[in-house]
Design a protein around this ligand. Structure first.
Ligand code: C2E
Ligand code: CA
Ligand code: CA
Ligand code: CA
Length: 278
């Protein structure tokens, strides 16, 4: 990338230039990371009201050779822009299905589900539904154990296309969860049309749920909405007992957050499951 500046568009704003250079470097690094298998998956437990694990969320990690772990927030958008999210996302999906297949053979683990984050770019790809079908078939797993976490931003594509695609996934038996609900611009009339199984309350609303009346009201509304639409509801970013208790009072009976467990590499997750059982 040393000589890239010579042929690049000329920026007059040095700050913009810096950002553009950083993005180009990140894109190059990401491509290399993908070639060299630098990606990992951590798994974070999701637990029910009885504290029992119901499943995990798969969270992508990038182990850069010369940096600390890079947070997904710092590379997902570049992965989207470069389309690298397509092969990376497929890999996460395949890993999750392989893990589910392994757990299906173990009586103490076969009840667990795995939630996989799906980016907009990935969802829009014409092969996405086929890829999900292939991943499930190749692993030989029960489709409902795979939970896809979708976001409201999918609706920007147009409601008809989104509903149709979600319908195909639903027909396959996959579980569908709406992630970061309340953060975007989805209208309630849209929500009614989406073939969902679950709403996920974003950690942004959970954080100050005990002190911010607006956040509490939003959480309550999401829970009520889920109940009236016949959907399950899970809260993420639950860090304290008080938050958990408040959510439980409002009728949210599934949780994810540091109170229970942080995202763990698979070996540590397996130990966590064993400790919970024993
Ligand atoms: P998300 O889907 O909303 O995931 C929840 C984030 O909250 C994760 O951040 C998780 O580590 C963090 N978290 C969990 N418990 C707590 C808690 O108690 N308190 C707080 N403050 N945070 C908690 P992470 O792992 O950095 O992931 C960030 C985002 O990156 C995810 O947000 C998701 O949008 C995206 N992402 C992660 N993995 C993938 C992937 O495989 N594919 C795609 N497309 N996106 C991914
Ligand atoms: Ca998620
Ligand atoms: Ca979230
Ligand atoms: Ca998020």
């Amino acid at each position: 990338a040393k000589n890239a500046g010579r042929n690049a568009v000329c920026f007059f704003d040095p700050e913009m230039q810096a950002v553009a250079t950083a993005n180009a470097t990140l894109a190059t690094d990401l491509r290399q990371a993908w070639r060299e298998n630098q990606f990992l998956i951590d798994y974070q437990p999701q637990v029910g009201a009885d504290g029992r694990m119901s499943g995990v969320e798969a969270l992508l990690r990038w182990r850069h050779p010369h940096r600390d772990l890079v947070a997904p927030a710092d590379f997902i958008s570049t992965a989207e822009e470069t389309s690298l999210i397509i092969p990376i996302g497929r890999w996460v999906l395949e890993q999750a299905c392989a893990q589910l297949a392994e757990w299906a053979r173990r009586p103490d683990r076969r009840h667990l589900s795995i939630a996989v984050n799906v980016s907009v770019r990935q969802f829009r790809h014409p092969d996405f539904v086929d890829e999900v079908m292939t991943a499930i078939a190749d692993a030989g797993i029960a489709p409902h154990k795979l939970k896809l976490e979708l976001t409201e931003s999918l609706l920007a594509e147009g409601i008809e296309v989104t509903v149709a695609k979600m319908g195909s996934l639903k027909d396959m038996g996959v579980t569908l969860s709406l992630d970061d609900f309340g953060m975007g611009y989805s209208s309630l009339s849209y929500l009614k049309r989406l073939p969902l199984d679950q709403l996920k309350i974003d950690k942004a609303f959970v954080k100050d749920i005990l002190t911010d009346a607006n956040d509490a009201a939003i959480a309550r509304t999401i829970i009520g909405l889920a109940q009236s639409l016949g959907l399950s509801v899970i809260a993420e970013g639950v860090e304290t007992r008080e938050q958990r208790d408040f959510l439980a009072q409002q009728g949210c009976l599934e949780y994810q957050g540091y109170l229970f467990c942080k995202p763990l590499p698979i070996e540590e997750l397996e130990q966590f499951i064993d400790r919970q059982a024993g």
